[in-house]
Write a protein that binds this ligand. Structure first.
Ligand code: ZN
Length: 444
């Protein structure tokens, strides 16, 4: 039951640590951090894992926005396949959206999800409950009951929280129970039947547009209501410069607002629509360059709180249709780390410590979940990153049940070496080797 991670570069920004040290894991928690623990009494009997020189040991990554599709759409994904993709992508925990079938609007469904995640024994799963019954936007769901069953937040994701009054009530109620409301911000009347960002590219390609303002209007509404209620709102998959301006202004006024950005929104723009590939159809849509560049500035300056994937698996048959007919969404769990390193960390836009803040520390804080640090006594949820590993994205090798990624064939620098959840090694990457050896052996 004991595991010693020996001689790794440990980066734990919450404790201001960036240093070579050993981590001793005992009974699922981080028992000790220090140098030369191998010979100590505490480490006796531990299995020793020599951390390769080019591997970095960081707090387990947390993806606060995924769709696991179970119950109800198991042809797209299950909790077992989704969490297998999560650990392969370096995530030790994921928060899953309630737009399953049935919707996660009651304790029995939340409990089912948690039980399935336990059976799978891979990443931790934190369910997000529905704001409204059936996510229909009419009556509030039993939020207190959902929280008691294990929900870490509420959202009607897939759809926006339908009305200002419902949002107000949800913020008032969740403020009392200490969880955030996560909103998919989109004015549905402005979105209409749009399929792509309204702008030059959509016009050129003959695609119906969704203006950035459809998102911004609701971001403004929600920030205003968070101010009114002193509740806590988290903006999901923020995609426009106007939305980010509103979040910055809200934060400056002391309003409790946080936001996340997806890798596809900080990497791609609507220029990717040119081939009508349904794997670049997502909601919110890919925006224009000025938006993408402002999101990157937000990732740099701290106004964006988290990177979340919005992992949205769809079956090949569902995406193999005309652009207009295809469902919105792409997979993201296995591409987030390569995209974050290749596009943000290696070009020097953000530091490794900031990447960990975006992918671990802040999601843990926003969801009030464990993790985000490697402090002694914390659950041993640990990600071993291989920042210099060159990864070629191969959708056929994905652990997810679905293959809908626009990044197939991309070569990116930055990968995952291993993933540890609750002290158990649940994923190792065979592509990572080093002179020091990537083998565990029995300690003395
Ligand atoms: Zn959404």
């Amino acid at each position: 039951m004991k595991l010693l991670l020996k001689g790794g570069r440990v980066v734990d920004p919450a404790n201001q640590i960036d240093d070579v040290r050993d981590l001793l894991i005992d009974a699922g928690v981080i028992a000790r951090a220090g140098t030369d623990l191998a010979g100590t009494a505490a480490a006796s009997g531990a299995e020793v894992f020599d951390v390769p020189r080019d591997v970095v040991v960081v707090p387990g990554l947390i993806d606060m926005h995924v769709h696991l599709r179970e119950p109800g759409q198991e042809h797209k994904e299950t909790i077992a396949t989704g969490t297998a993709a999560a650990v392969a992508g370096g995530f030790t925990a994921v928060a899953c959206m309630p737009n399953t079938d049935p919707v996660n609007d009651q304790a029995s469904i939340t409990e089912f999800m948690i039980a399935r995640a336990k059976e799978a024994g891979l990443a931790r799963v934190y369910p997000i409950g529905a704001v409204s019954r059936g996510s229909k936007g009419e009556q509030l769901a039993e939020i207190g009951e959902l929280k008691a069953a294990g929900c870490v937040a509420v959202s009607d994701d897939g759809r926006p929280v339908a009305t200002a009054l419902l949002m107000r009530r949800a913020l008032e109620y969740t403020a009392m129970c200490g969880i955030p409301v996560i909103n998919h911000c989109e004015d549905q009347s402005l979105k209409g039947d749009g399929v792509a960002h309204e702008g030059f590219q959509a016009a050129r390609l003959g695609l119906r547009g969704i203006p950035g303002e459809a998102e911004e209007i609701m971001v403004e509404r929600d920030i205003t209501l968070a101010g009114l209620t002193r509740g806590r709102v988290h903006i999901a998959h923020l995609s426009t410069r106007g939305s980010l301006r509103a979040v910055r202004a809200g934060k400056a006024r002391g309003i409790r607002v946080t936001c996340e950005v997806t890798p596809h929104h900080f990497v791609l723009t609507d220029e990717a629509l040119a081939g009508y590939d349904t794997n670049v159809k997502m909601n919110p849509p890919l925006r224009e360059t000025a938006d993408r560049d402002e999101l990157i500035r937000g990732l740099i300056d701290g106004s964006v709180d988290a990177i979340a994937t919005d992992h949205a698996p769809h079956h090949l048959d569902e995406k193999s249709v005309e652009f207009d007919q295809a469902p919105f969404g792409i997979t993201g769990l296995e591409t987030a780390v390569p995209l974050t390193f290749d596009r943000l960390v290696h070009p020097g836009l953000i530091t490794l410590a900031r990447a960990i803040e975006l992918l671990s520390i802040n999601p843990a804080k926003i969801l009030n979940a464990p993790g985000g640090t490697l402090s002694e006594g914390q659950p041993a949820d640990i990600t071993l990153l291989a920042p210099d590993l060159v990864v070629t994205i191969d959708p056929a090798k994905s652990r997810s049940k679905s293959r809908n990624t626009p990044f197939g064939g991309w070569s990116l620098r930055g990968g995952v070496a291993a993933t540890i959840v609750g002290g158990r090694i649940v994923y190792t990457n065979a592509a990572v080797t080093s002179p020091a050896g990537w083998h565990s052996h029995a300690g003395r």
